[in-house]
Design a protein around this ligand. Structure first.
Ligand code: FPP
Length: 215
């Protein structure tokens, strides 16, 4: 969800105002996903690297997360199941508690599963997985069983990854789960991402011939 900062600066607003607008658009996109029958949606809300931003911006993002993770009534009304992927390390205790609570209170919802990657890094997910394997005493894993040690191994691989904001890179996002993802890059800044562009992503994906390495 890249481009919040540039969107805000272009309007003479603070970067945090951009992130607030970004939260609104994220919630719109969840609605589009439900409307068009997408069963799983992952949102990259805060990376382990984002923790190195200026303190005020990090604190602002944490405030937005606190408020988003406190909205279980609204989520339950819409049938939204929330999973959070990321490390609790470095997060305030109350935020870690609210992550546990929102996952628990939305666990039975079935309209869509929204995986919020928060305090998330793909390499960190892999090193956490290796440490879980060592701690469990398991002596070997294969490509599939490795999945069980991810933050949410029950999630399927990503079919298509959308990056807004003009850069063409994955920035440590779901690196195990994106091995065969289709990639959609757009210059649109995240707060400008619209239902029309969501539909363009679906059209793009429909047009992809998926070989998974075969002919
Ligand atoms: C990248 O844009 C965006 C982020 C680092 C944060 C994205 C987060 C949200 C949209 C919502 C947050 C939701 C929760 C639950 C906390 P940027 O700031 O790098 O934009 P720029 O490249 O234009 O500077």
């Amino acid at each position: 969800m890249d481009g919040n900062g540039r969107w805000a600066t272009a309007r003479g607003k603070t970067r945090l105002a951009g992130h607030s607008a970004g939260v609104e658009v994220a919630s719109d996109v969840v609605r589009y996903a439900i409307k068009y029958g997408i069963p799983y949606l992952s949102l990259y809300a805060f990376s382990t690297e984002n923790a190195n931003r200026p303190k005020a911006e990090v604190q602002g993002l944490m405030r937005l997360a606190r408020s988003a993770f406190a909205k279980s009534d609204k989520l339950n009304e819409q049938g939204i199941r929330i999973l959070i992927s990321g490390t609790p390390q470095g997060l305030d205790d109350d935020l870690v508690r609210s992550i546990g609570l929102i996952e628990k209170s939305t666990a039975n919802n079935r309209a869509i599963t929204v995986n919020i990657c928060f305090n998330y890094g793909g390499r960190r997910e892999l090193s956490d997985a290796v440490n879980k394997i060592i701690a469990s005493g398991v002596k070997s894993v294969d490509e599939q069983s490795l999945r069980n040690y991810m933050y949410h191994g029950e999630l399927p691989d990503c079919d298509v990854i959308v990056r807004t904001g003009g850069y063409m890179r994955l920035s440590n996002f779901l690196i195990y789960q994106s091995s065969y993802s289709e990639l959609y890059f757009t210059d649109t800044l995240w707060p400008d991402f619209s239902e029309n562009e969501f539909l363009r992503v679906l059209e793009y994906f429909k047009g992809c011939k998926r070989n998974f390495g075969k002919v």
